[in-house]
Design a protein around this ligand. Sequence first.
Ligand code: ASP
Length: 460
Amino acid sequence: MSDQYKGYRNPARAVLKENGVSVWSSVEMNTSRGVFKGLILPRSETADNKHIMLKLHNGYNIGIAVSTIQEIRELGRKEAHYKIPEKEFPVDPKKPDVKLLGTGGTIASRLDYRTGAVIPAFSPGELYGSVPELADLCNLDTEKLYGVFSENMGPEQWIGTAEAIGREIRKGIHGIVIGHGTDTMHHTAAVLSFMVQNSPIPIVMVGSQRSSDRPSSDAALNLIHAVKTAAESDISEIMVCMFGPTSDQYGLLHRGTRVRKMHSSYRSTFRTIGDIPIAMVNREKITPLRTDYKHRRLDQEVVINTSFNEKVTIVYYYPNMQPDIIESLADNGYRGIVIAGTGLGHVNKPLYPALKKACDNGIAVYMTVQTLWGYVQMYVYETGREIMGLGVVPCANMLPEVAYVKLGWALGQTDDPEKVKEIMLTPIAGEITEREPYNGYLIYQGGIPEVEQFLRMIKR
Ligand code: ASP
């Protein structure tokens, strides 16, 4: 197969030939779905033969179905290679040692133009080659635990990560950074907050929304902020460190049990829910926004408890949900159900008998709210009291995903409903708080400059 059409097989290859274009042609494509401008990328040999891969100017790669193509015009040619220079990470005995544990996700990837695939770039040398500022902060060592997009993280990887954290802490590391896909970073942050307790050092999770081959990538800055936090901060909690405002002024450090991915594509996607973030971080300093965090304490012994029962689920309630959903969970051996209920924690009446049966059979059923902000309050309406009467336990202001991982962790330790309840309702890492700050909802959304800009606009 000619190199010019690398990876393309007929009919896609024939379409390229007919139009006098090939791999690395910069083109304008007229299709029945509209006009697309971009660079034709090589095709992975294992991919199908019906699409042409186009890298759009905004950095996204899309597959154009050849059946929709009417005409392709070549505008020029632009051969791209992508190779991160490897440089030896300098060691300075005066700097703290930080360990970066990789699990995968966009932060660990760059585009391989040969195959169009996203591949990991992870050795200390590669990181130093692409983000040399890291060497001003610490001596960095890396270990790739996994190389998965975060939808593929689960109990096996959570447990493996918790164990790796324990190993590093016992070896005396000064701070840990965990590279992770953003999509489920909040699940992992929550589960690690339960599995790893009493950490003497900061444990900072970090991801990126845009891969490092894109000009608008947040990978380098997030990494610098996370490494700075691991190396220098006094906060020994499980945190998520990501872009604060949409501009790149600062990052925010979110508590592992109160954080959530809230936007599918913005870089400032992580938000602290029902509270305010722990701190802001920029290249110069870490500025705490609160005082009630756990402080670095090297005399403290870390406790790793990786129990987890996988027969746990979240049920997101919707109007007209049928009881067979709950029944089939019970029939399939589920031991724990977290409901994300409406409003203050409600589901419809037809579910009541199925929920009662589940609770009577020893299934742990816990209520959270879909609104995310605010508390489950089941004493306000008669219906709430009835649902509690069935055996459903309200989870205060624990976020649904947090309640899900905590229930799996609790049921991994005991089957006794009273003990499970005690574990669930005793706050361990900020997952239940006494009150939510009134201004948390309004302003601490990581967009202070945007809020100010917005207010200036209104005043005009
Ligand atoms: N799908 C990716 C993941 O969560 C997205 C990312 O890393 O931002 O692994």
